[in-house]
Ligand binder design. Sequence first.
Ligand SMILES: [Zn+2]
Ligand SMILES: [Zn+2]
Ligand SMILES: [Zn+2]
Length: 137
Amino acid sequence: MVQRNTWQRDRVREALAESRGFVSAQNLHATLREENTGIGLATVYRALAGLAAQGDADSLQSPEGEALYRACSTSGHHHHLICRNCGLTVEIAATDVEQWAQRTASQHGFTHAEHVVDIFGLCAACTQARASERADG
Ligand SMILES: [Zn+2]
Ligand SMILES: [Zn+2]
Ligand SMILES: [Zn+2]
């Protein structure tokens, strides 16, 4: 029974790898539907949650509270810069943040501290496009 859905999960994994940035389950489902894969939204949700749980995908929450997923090239701890317009994602190391998080946690007597820090904004291309739109308008 588990094996029956393996190809679906593989297809979700592939579609995620082909995405250029973080995508929601609904976005990915729309992509798969265009390809007539017949994979349902619930299956996409399950597959993405499974990939994230296994560490095969990064997951985070958008400022709007939507769960987003990405197949990251970095498997270790890292942070993201995400364009809220086009979805472009840059993986970043943040040494300052690591030190600040450790220091702040230990100041309050916390151990085993973990953190999630992702930056949402407009990428350079989108900023430029928006600026020229305004100039034309
Ligand atoms: Zn990542
Ligand atoms: Zn952008
Ligand atoms: Zn960090």
